[in-house]
Design a protein around this ligand. Structure first.
Ligand code: ZN
Length: 203
């Protein structure tokens, strides 16, 4: 199983980090060891002092595919979930300034808490799915899949040119604006359409 993640997929988030709007999806891969499941806590790592949350909708691939055409991409996932792409922003800045890959800053152990999935039929159309992140009960991020630069289907079409998609693969689809830091003792709650699907205590 592999985890693909899309960077800079929301205009307002790219702007808040002073990144250019990319002309094609920015892709990186995370190892399975990045996942945290079943609302287990996130342990603040000692190599960073600026861990940021990034809430993201997550697709779960249900069919093997390569070079998938955008018009058929909807057949390759039937569940949508929510996750967090924790980012060591201090480390990421160092790596970016040297032109080095991001993995140490985004793909470390526990960097990707993953919540429950919801069947597509139980959700609004895939281009109009709302989601939120709360920190200690306060709304900090609010997004809608309709605001994505690359739609779910466009992402699947693009990534499957390079990476064969297999059953169970996950795609983190990018974060909306509002990213910010966490500290030990914080509690994050992520929701899709108001339904709580993920909790992350920071330890
Ligand atoms: Zn992200």
């Amino acid at each position: 199983m592999k985890i693909l993640a899309i960077g800079r997929n929301y205009v307002e988030h790219a702007k808040e980090l002073n990144n250019p709007i990319p002309d094609e999806p920015v892709i990186f891969l995370m190892p399975e060891t990045a996942l945290i499941q079943k609302n287990q806590p996130f342990f603040y790592p000692d190599f960073s002092s600026d861990i940021h949350y990034e809430v993201e909708l997550v697709l779960k691939i249900n069919k093997l595919g390569k070079n998938i055409e955008e018009k058929f991409a909807h057949r390759y996932y039937d569940e949508i979930g929510i996750g967090i792409d924790f980012t060591a922003r201090d480390l990421q800045q160092q790596l970016k300034s040297k032109g080095l890959p991001w993995e140490k800053a985004k793909c470390f152990d526990g960097a990707a808490p993953l919540g429950k999935f919801v069947a597509k039929e139980q959700l609004p159309p895939v281009n109009n799915i709302s989601f939120t992140l709360e920190k200690n009960g306060e709304l900090v991020q609010q997004g809608n899949s309709g605001m994505m630069i690359n739609s779910f289907d466009a992402i699947i079409a693009h990534v499957s040119k390079f990476f064969t998609l297999k059953i169970g693969d996950l795609i983190f689809t990018g974060t909306p604006a509002g990213v910010g830091p966490v500290k030990i003792g914080d509690n994050l709650v992520a929701k899709i359409e108001g339904k709580e699907l993920l909790k992350v205590p920071i330890r």
